[in-house]
Ligand binder design. Sequence first.
Ligand code: PBG
Length: 326
Amino acid sequence: MAFPYQRNRRLRATEAIRDLVAEHHLLPTDFMVPLFLIEGERKKEEISSMPGYYRFSLDLLIEEVKDCYSLGLRSVLLFVKVAEELKDNEGAEALNDDGLMQRGIRAIKIAVPEMYVMSDVALDPYSSFGHDGIVVENEIVNDLTVEILGDMAVSHARAGADMVAPSDMMDGRIGYIRERLEDEGFKNTGIMSYSAKYASSFYGPFRDVLDSTPGFGDKKTYQMNIANSQEALSEVERDIEEGADIVMIKPGMPYLDVLRIVKDNFNVPIAVYQVSGEYAMIKAAAEKGWLPHDEVVLESLIAFKRAGATLIATYFAKDAVRLLKG
Ligand code: PBG
């Protein structure tokens, strides 16, 4: 039946009917809050390339986690900035049960036990080369790195992490981490795999945060080629087979097509990471008065839901829940 029997504008006439027929809604439980932990006390440092976003020392990070929880947010994704003198090629500090990450996880689980804690598993913050793997003759070696990632995941689980989130893109790491977790009795520790993580130029501000810019070369031998989408399906398929509970696509807005094809092909929860460069772009345009901040934030987030995301890691999580409350 055609016009005038069908008038699409009927369902757009008022806010009430628009909301009633909306296909997607944003909820506080859609979001994972990335948090950056640093050594020290009473420290809250604004990140210059991420205005309005901070690195926190553990005491203030706990306050931040409590604040997030009271807003309705239920998961955090924890990253640490490691002191220069603790960095080496093998990432030995990553396995320290009393390292910053491990202390951070323990403290959050004590202060806000209901907060779901996910921890970043990758060597780059610990690597003197700023790479996600061990470097041998200018090459990022896979299998040796995977063994360390397994130990790192176990150390995080021991500290109380609910889910580990390997962001390194080494081959076979999900299966190895899953085996190590099973061996050590952590059968309920989840794995959120950064399955389709692209060798993107949108990570710049994040690397400023952790001082983790690669010392040589780039990450193109392990992160995915930005030209590929079908390859994401095989990455995701392998990670699910190897024992991932959640698969992630990263970055977000430039890769909505990837999110959609993964959603259409698999039945596991899919996370998307709206990365630091995406945050920086929106902040910069809003600061200049070129875009309306709040509207653009919500539009970018609903786009992820529309494209198929179950969960969204975003630096706008707190802004979003405030905006959603109206
Ligand atoms: C590294 C890691 C990166 C991000 C999360 N984990 C950067 C990289 O691969 O160099 C980027 C997140 C962001 O840009 O917000 N393991």
